[in-house]
Design a binder for this molecule. Structure first.
Ligand code: IDP
Ligand code: MG
Length: 161
């Protein structure tokens, strides 16, 4: 019935999370992965790469006119990034809350940015900001065959399906 259908489609929601170059440098990859695992989300894609400028310019297309844009691209290509796709109920909005405010000075303690960063130009992590944005970013960073469909044996305990 309709409620089950809505629940199932919500469980398949996906978002793009990236550990930015400062997060990799500071050995925060494992910690960030752990937060999403512990919350109950399912990892369906993960890779480490030096972000190509072409991909970064598409990823941050909306910000291309901002004064900080050149520094943003420089920052994002200053070292490898770890790009992930996480799946689960309400993952887009919940992961934004877990990541915290764009400006780490405003991000609450307990959020990733609130706990691990000081300045907006080095804010450790990226999370898609909407369902449409997530779809666009996942297609930008991943090939279809790099995303894993797998069944978790504890799905009924953690992801409310
Ligand atoms: P978000 O990452 O929280 O979605 P956006 O407004 O989409 O925030 O900005 C993308 C990224 O651009 C931020 O995470 C941050 O790295 C960088 N950025 C945003 N605003 C500023 C700024 O005022 N100065 C420097 N960098 C900024
Ligand atoms: Mg954004």
């Amino acid at each position: 019935h309709s409620r089950a259908a809505a629940g199932n489609s919500g469980a398949k929601e996906r978002t793009l999370i990236a550990v930015k170059p400062d997060g990799v440098q500071r050995r925060l990859v494992g910690h960030i992965v752990q937060r999403f695992e512990q919350k109950g989300f399912k990892l369906v894609g993960l890779k480490m790469l030096k972000a190509p400028e072409e991909v970064l310019s598409q990823h941050y297309h909306d910000l291309r006119k901002k004064p900080f844009y050149p520094l943003l691209l420089h920052y994002m290509s200053s070292g490898p990034v770890v790009i992930m796709v996480w799946e689960g109920h309400n993952v887009v909005s919940t992961s934004r809350k877990m990541v915290g405010d764009t400006n780490p000075a405003e991000a609450h303690p307990g959020t990733i940015r609130g706990d691990f960063s000081l300045h907006i130009s080095r804010n450790v992590v990226h999370a898609s900001d909407s369902l449409e944005g997530a779809q666009r970013e996942i297609q930008l960073w991943f090939n279809r065959n790099e995303l894993m469909d797998w069944d978790s044996c504890d799905q009924s305990n953690v992801s409310h399906v």
